[in-house]
Ligand binder design. Sequence first.
Ligand code: SAM
Length: 326
Amino acid sequence: MPGFHPVRVTLADTCTRGGSQERAARSAASAGRRGLAIEAETPPRDVDLARKSPLSRASMPPGRERDVSATYDLVRSSFGPNAAKYTHSHGHADTEALARLVAGLAPRRGDWVLDVGAGAGQTGLAFAAAVARVVALDLTREMLQETRLNAAARGIRNLAVQQGGAEALPFDAGSFDIVVCRRAAHHFAAPAQAVLEMARVLRPGGRLAIVDTMVPEDDEIDRQINAIERLRDPSHVRDRRPSEWRALVTGAGLAVADMEIGYYDAGSATDLDAWTARIGTTPENVAELRRLLQAAAPPLAETLKIELDGAEIHFALPRLTLVAVK
Ligand SMILES: C[S@@+](CC[C@H](N)C(=O)[O-])C[C@H]1O[C@@H](n2cnc3c(N)ncnc32)[C@H](O)[C@@H]1O
């Protein structure tokens, strides 16, 4: 990528990849490698990549850089105070869904995995037992602290955390065998740039897996679901359509290997109160969400599988899982 000089941070040295001999040597030497054991980590640094990265300055249209910076602020203020809740969220910790995701990617023992928008680390931690190295990257410092606690509680030592933004990944090209991004991409301020970045840090033949909330190819339902998401969380940017994901991924030079459309939690119901409490939605917005879901016309009610049970409202969010190959 012309003009791109990766932001060098603790892990960048460890993530410069080479051929298979180098990989074998690296695996052999990896146990004591600086920066990879949880204990050896420096604290996640509060680096504003949107401002500092040469990549974002070079490739963003005027004005977009400011959007990214503002979205990063919203993300941190939504997730910072609520980080611990993502350790306990049933949907995020869903071990069966995570096991299916890992099995579907059939990782090899020597693989290096990057988890983008790692949150409390659920996805990276699910990969850690199957691979050589996991790097959990997130914008929000408190989330990475949660990831560390969760790794330590499970005795996982091959996972490192890195604070940073998906739109300017602080790693060399070709550093990872697998890049995974689960339940995070709808917060990305510049998704095309984030996908370009995720493709860049994959080695040739490496795979990208995106799991995210999606909307159907229908203007009105798209508008309604994204409005509901924004009412719940001001850091929400956009749930995308399958066609948008296909275009983003192919636009980054990757080939779509698999795309599955379904619901989170196998379609079991999300409780409105738990969903809004997890991210600290304001009471006024919870009341407005309640009103919108209760009054939903049949197409939206069917798409979200809305169930009204007295004061309780349950629904299910559509989910896309996409695997692409570099
Ligand atoms: C719902 S949580 C992620 C859940 C996690 N991936 C899992 O599987 O449990 C969304 C995370 O995305 C992070 N995030 C949002 N925008 C980001 C960006 N542009 N770059 C990196 N992380 C971002 C937030 O800080 C938050 O921790």
